[in-house]
Design a protein. Structure first.
Length: 137
């Protein structure tokens, strides 16, 4: 043993495990960031799919209403279009406007890991989208 280590043996013992401790903490932080990124991506995907579904349902409803002038058949066409576009979405509002255009609001729940389990964040997991379309010739 050298004179330096003989006088200060506690210096060597204090440094053991520093790198393992640092790597463990770094891996935990990156895992948490990965979960946040995944949940954020799922929320964005849910919003985009809800918007696409609302547009498809509103267009189908508007086309059916233009041809039949029947609100119930237009609603059925919108329901069918929404189900074929995204079976996990559901129509929560359907309106035929005075000018013959159709407004549809769709709701979709994001498939998240953390957002669904944290009460303060649950509202972000439920995405809504509204679209208004009229018959296209």
């Amino acid at each position: 043993m050298s004179r330096l280590t003989a006088r200060r043996p506690h210096l060597l013992r204090d440094e053991r495990g520093v790198i393992v401790n640092f790597l463990l903490k770094t891996m935990i932080v990156f895992a948490m960031l990965g979960l946040v990124a995944y949940d954020l991506g799922q929320v964005v995907v849910a919003q985009v799919k809800a918007q696409d579904t609302a547009a498809a349902a509103a267009q189908a409803g508007a086309d059916m209403y233009y041809g039949t002038k029947n609100v119930q058949r237009a609603r059925n066409a919108a329901d069918a279009a929404a189900a074929s576009q995204d079976p996990t979405s559901r129509i929560i509002a359907f309106t035929v406007n005075v000018d013959g255009s159709v407004s549809v609001t769709v709701e979709r729940t994001a498939k998240t890991l953390m957002v669904a389990r944290i009460p303060q964040l649950r509202r972000f997991g439920l995405q809504k989208a509204t679209d208004q379309e009229s018959h296209q010739s």
